[in-house]
Design a protein. Sequence first.
Length: 353
Amino acid sequence: MQTTKEGNAYIGELPEGCKLCMQGAKLVLFVSGLCREGCYYCPLSEKRRGKDLVWVNERRVMSDADVLKEALRMRALGAGITGGDPALRLERTLHYIQLLKTRFGEDFHVHMYTATCLSEEELTKLKDAGLDELRFHITEKNSPRVWESIHSAGRAGIEVGVEIPAFPGREVEIVEIARKLARLGGFLNLNELEFSDTNAPDLKVRGFSLRGDSYAVAGSRETALKAMERLEEEKLPVRVHFCTSRYKDAGQLRLRLLRTALATARPYEEVTEEGLLLKGVIYAEGNLERLRQRLMREFDIPPHLIAVEREKHRIETTREIARELAKYLKELRFYIVEEYPTADRLETEVVPL
Ligand code: SF4
């Protein structure tokens, strides 16, 4: 078993979808918040749960152009199609797979999550649209019928696996699932069970507690690792990957932000280790373009280091230039701003100068 410094562990080769995710190169396409399973541990936020809306990364999707724009912004090498359950909006899912494959080519890797027992016909449609990898979530409702679909997905030529949370104390069940997958040539992804705003009351009622250093459930990691040790002893030909909650939340997100920030940073923006953008910001009344011209002239600022940001109605520049200007221009308001490189450019810190 191999372990990573973030606490992840794996046996055998990682699924292609995970490899790209670990580079921060996967676009997250949320095709609908609808789902029939009703799992008590579902971590979906109120904003998305049960709402038939589409999101790409953190952006609401209003048109295909939004999806393509976001993929280009982060130089995505693939996409993970998620929800809710994407299979409940199969036509929409097929449309997005085709859209991405047509625009970015066959090598653009698309994986999808589902808890639906898909028919052979539906699986063939997904394969024909270009789906590369399918991850089934086994739930109390869909088990054991879902195994038939897992089998059929493999036969349809889709790389298939199971992705489930590791429930504390349930290593026997995990080993049993892995044994079945070994026979089918599928992979097993284990996620550390975690608390979210929406599932916390249900997890608490069932006696789960916090691990302490994160939102992870105590005992989930130990169970996953114990099961993996047993699988190694059995020398089963199955690929298993355990992903910690901290890595899922912080690691993958940080890498995706970093990738987007490096691809989209303007010449006056600095990219932090966390993948955020740092810059100087000037707020003023009146004509901002005229003010920008004046600042360039009077303070000898190269044009590419100062720009008018129309959506936020402000002038942006480097931190150093903003600090320098703040010494002389008391009538303007200067700030150092740190923000996400996401479409909404959400600010995380605003420090007045
Ligand atoms: S299958 Fe997934 S999306 Fe659906 S309820 Fe369960 S955890 Fe939530």
